[in-house]
Write a protein that binds this ligand. Structure first.
Ligand code: FES
Length: 65
């Protein structure tokens, strides 16, 4: 599902970005472009960040900063 219409970034790409080290909306914007324009998707980005952070395997992999 496309999350950021401005950049055409989907939820899978955002989840991968979070798993590879993006820890906030600004970092997602810098790496993927999502959220860096109109800002309409930032709420969804925060939701995906919370969702990924709530997974026990996210913390056990040592990828969270
Ligand atoms: S929809 Fe993501 S910045 Fe516009």
């Amino acid at each position: 599902m496309i999350v950021c219409l401005c950049e055409g970034v989907n939820d899978r790409e955002i989840r991968q970005g979070i798993e590879s080290g993006c820890s906030n909306v600004r970092e997602i914007g810098e790496r993927l472009g999502a959220g860096a324009h109109c800002g309409q998707c930032r709420r969804q980005l925060r939701g995906l960040l919370r969702e990924q952070a709530s997974k026990p395997e996210f913390w056990s992999r040592g990828e969270a900063r």
